[in-house]
Ligand binder design. Sequence first.
Ligand SMILES: Nc1ncnc2c1ncn2[C@@H]1O[C@H](COP(=O)(O)OP(=O)(O)O)[C@@H](O)[C@H]1O
Ligand SMILES: [Mg+2]
Length: 170
Amino acid sequence: MTITVETSAHAETVRLGRLLAGVLRPGMIIALQGDLGAGKTTLVKGIAAGLLGIDEREVTSPTFTIMQEYSGPVRLYHVDAYRLESAEDLEAIGFDDFVDGSGVTVIEWSDRISKALPRDTLNISIELTGDQQRRFLLQAATQQQAQDLQKLAGQLEAAGACSVTHTIET
Ligand SMILES: Nc1ncnc2c1ncn2[C@@H]1O[C@H](COP(=O)(O)OP(=O)(O)O)[C@@H](O)[C@H]1O
Ligand SMILES: [Mg+2]
């Protein structure tokens, strides 16, 4: 099951992240794909705000440190895999230790390390469709995620801020 969401402003993507945070579950891994400037970090700003109440200005791509941890009622691990050569480099950041825990892990440039990601990873790919337009494809990997994304789609539609273009097949 895949849902497609289109946003047409930075703030709408932050809102999408906030609402997405509301359906995330402990231990979840979210893999973000998309070119530079697509809006990966912007989405994480929303997730961090929704999960932990963190100010969006405090969230930036951890390009050089590779991983940034935010703590609160839930732990959020924000990974930027851009500078990683392969999945083997993950050892250095203790990936295996936190990824199996009860926190939420969000990975920018996840295609760099796709081999290391479990099958139940929630994949989100982002396309730049205009100056301010972005298209998000959220792909459920489990039945539970499909239900959660369905709920998210309903909330987005109710909020009316960004357009949920379609909620497709199972
Ligand atoms: N609809 C939108 N969604 C997300 N970002 C947008 C949007 N419209 C414009 N932008 C801008 O595009 C840039 C996205 O950057 P960023 O989130 O850092 O991308 P990435 O992490 O994928 O490289 C930001 O400057 C943001 O303000
Ligand atoms: Mg980024």
